[in-house]
Design a protein around this ligand. Structure first.
Ligand SMILES: [Fe+2]
Ligand SMILES: [Fe+2]
Length: 162
């Protein structure tokens, strides 16, 4: 098994069945940045947050879960202005993630609610929040610049295929 396949298998193992829940899958309905859906973006962020956490010896499970759930707002973002969406969606994502998992850790909760920092209501308090914010900013920049259209993301991050 090559390194990328090995890391993808580890990442999949880490997030477990969360990826196959109807709630997470339903993010595939909403368009996010560039050609990606909210699900593709969230998988991308989860995988990169997992890699950041792994490189630093942080909690990879919390980072991967927070990355996957950070945009679980589950509505069409077009109903809000971009300023409103920026403020509202972390709270909606946290509400849905709590309902879905029932057992979020304080670090996972803080990572979700603070992921829009410095425009968030709450500041990041743990290294898991830092991993999620860095991953989200990195992935968003790649997507917004269309440097990673869906096929290219899949090549860079095989996790997106799941
Ligand atoms: Fe977000
Ligand atoms: Fe995001």
């Amino acid at each position: 098994m090559n390194d990328t396949k090995h890391l993808t298998a580890l990442w999949l193992d880490t997030i477990g069945s969360l990826l196959d829940t109807p709630e997470v899958r339903s993010m595939g309905k909403w368009r996010h940045h560039c050609a990606l859906t909210c699900l593709e973006h969230s998988v991308f962020v989860s995988y990169i947050a997992f890699r950041i956490a792994r490189n630093h010896g942080w909690d990879t499970r919390a980072a991967a879960r927070a990355g996957l759930l950070h945009d679980l707002y589950l509505y069409d973002p077009k109903i809000y202005t971009s300023k409103e969406q920026c403020r509202n969606h972390p709270r909606a994502a946290l509400r849905n993630a709590r309902k879905l998992c029932g057992n979020l850790t304080p670090a996972e909760e803080n990572a979700i609610i603070s992921h829009m920092w410095p425009m968030a209501d709450e500041r990041p308090k743990t290294n898991i929040a830092v991993a999620t914010i860095l991953a989200d900013k990195f992935c968003t920049a790649m997507e917004a610049l269309c440097l990673f259209r869906a096929r290219r993301v899949a090549r860079f991050c095989p996790a997106v295929q799941y």
